[in-house]
Design a protein around this ligand. Sequence first.
Ligand code: ADP
Ligand code: MG
Length: 628
Amino acid sequence: MPTIKQLSASVVNKIAAGEVIERPASVVKELLENSIDAGATRVDVRLEAGGRELIRVTDNGCGIAADELMLAVSNHATSKITSADDLFEVGTMGFRGEALASIAEVSRTLLRTRTPQSESGAELRVNGGVASEVQPAGCPVGTTIEVRDLFFNTPVRQRFLRTPQTEIGHATEAFVRIALAHPQVHCRLEHGQREVHDLPPTDDWRARIAALFGDELADSLIEVESVDPPISLKGFAANPQYSRANNRLQYLFLNGRNIRDRALQHALGEAYRGLLLTGRYPICFLRFDMPASLADVNVHPTKLEVRFQDGGRLYSQLLSTLRSKFLSSDLRAGPGGGGVSPTREEDEVASGPSEIVEWAKQQLTQRRFDGPESPTPAPRQASQPLVMHRLPGPFKPFPADGPTRFASADSSTAPVSRTQDAPAEMEATLEPEAQAPMVGSKALQLHNRYLVVETDHGMEIIDQHALHERILYEQIRAKVSAEGLETQSLLVPEPVDLTSEEAAAVIEHQPLLKKLGVAVEPFGGDTVLVSSYPAMLANLPPREVLGEIVERLVAADRLPEASDLLDELLHTVACKAAVKYGDRLTPDEITALLEHRHLTENHHHCPHGRPTALVFSCDDLDKQFKRI
Ligand code: ADP
Ligand code: MG
């Protein structure tokens, strides 16, 4: 029979610490929150080795009285609330009274502090939860907390730490969230010899956003504001021309606290519905202010999630505020409203990078010459480049079991066996519909979006963009499989500005990027230098190419396979080069597109898995018309 024993205080504390302190970023967050609560107007954060060796936060706040110092590091000791009722009126960042105790439990911590009332300061060392005596110390008013050797006494936790670059990425993100919530506080972050951020105090939120994310993004922001007493919503939503492949640039704040809230994120997605491409996420910086009693912040140990008394009301407020703002804005215009040229995504969606488009068109028109003349279009030619064993080197962009994200489409193994085993004469019978002779003559373009085609047994409605995208995707993929990935060195390496988290991810995954033909090096700050990248992407700006990959790297829970990333790039190219929903096609282009369809594997789905065509048989139609 196992006996039940009371755990020692040290074990209890370590369990508690595990909830609050997961990695250096958690320490940064808790210490910064304490500095903010202490009324600091300036906070300096210094990290070494990704925060593993040292995290030091210095503030000019109210300090801690020498006789309370010991209390500050003991569990459940706080100056911020006294009764349980206070829990529903929390006006400070902290209130649980466990951060300092937790940090001190799993590190070597030094606190040095002085209140304005006291002549001199005091210091206290705590080593893995064991405190020494409070000593007098000379120091300015405010508090410095130094955390060394995080998790030195909890080796399991320590093993979970990732590389310094990854940890610094997380720590920087923690810093950014607090710096965004408190623009009036001067915030500085240093890592080793490098100054990551130095953010002067400001009353202008946009200025703080610009200092963190660059002027280009900040200038594109649309200001939004609404009041539904007692709740106010203020902030910025990015022009839909700017978007991301993940939701990391969606910053939501509640009473100065950064929060995560799925319902509000969903409201955002709804507000941008129809304005962004599938898979893109809006960017926003929004702050809700309301009486503290309308939200419960005590539902999550790190206080990241909150529970609203009336979440539905917030949802509607967010949605309607953004919607009405968008309806009254000229979204194609720049921030000045003066019809500034569209940028980035919008631009490409509208016209595509010209050379790729040219190339794509060429691919289409070429078919016109070897298409109609030959009764059997050359299916072998179409499937041949998909042979996988031709791939040079150890890098296989398409493993034999096919890109996993196309589970719904046929596996890419089929073309291999076909090319290897199927005799040419068989191929004509493989796709009977390939011989349907009425292409062009009986195809009709509807609303510059859909092609309606008569087939042997009925009719089909084809999504022109989806189909073209699928065709191009197969072609580019075939080319890459056959010829390998050609890379191109840039004459002048191009610096690309990233967020710290992204820069960290890029540097950490240099070898993976190399496999994709993207050579990058650190270039100081959060800037990296791109010196080569895939030739097939020659017409996309390097920052865009890198951006696509990086967003995937950062968004992924685990490291994506090189093949998946390459696949992603191929999709990007195909999507950008394909005719658009809304493009008027010439009869020749329609003919070429339809012919190509039969030469393409998996043409029934676009690379995103959407169907490219809807099929109606004569039977279906007859039934609908009650003939049978
Ligand atoms: P909480 O923030 O939830 O109260 P902490 O463990 O983070 O709990 O801090 C315990 C107490 O130590 C705080 O309530 C506060 O009184 C004091 N304290 C911590 N950091 C600072 C600081 N930088 N300046 C002034 N007082 C601080
Ligand atoms: Mg705290």
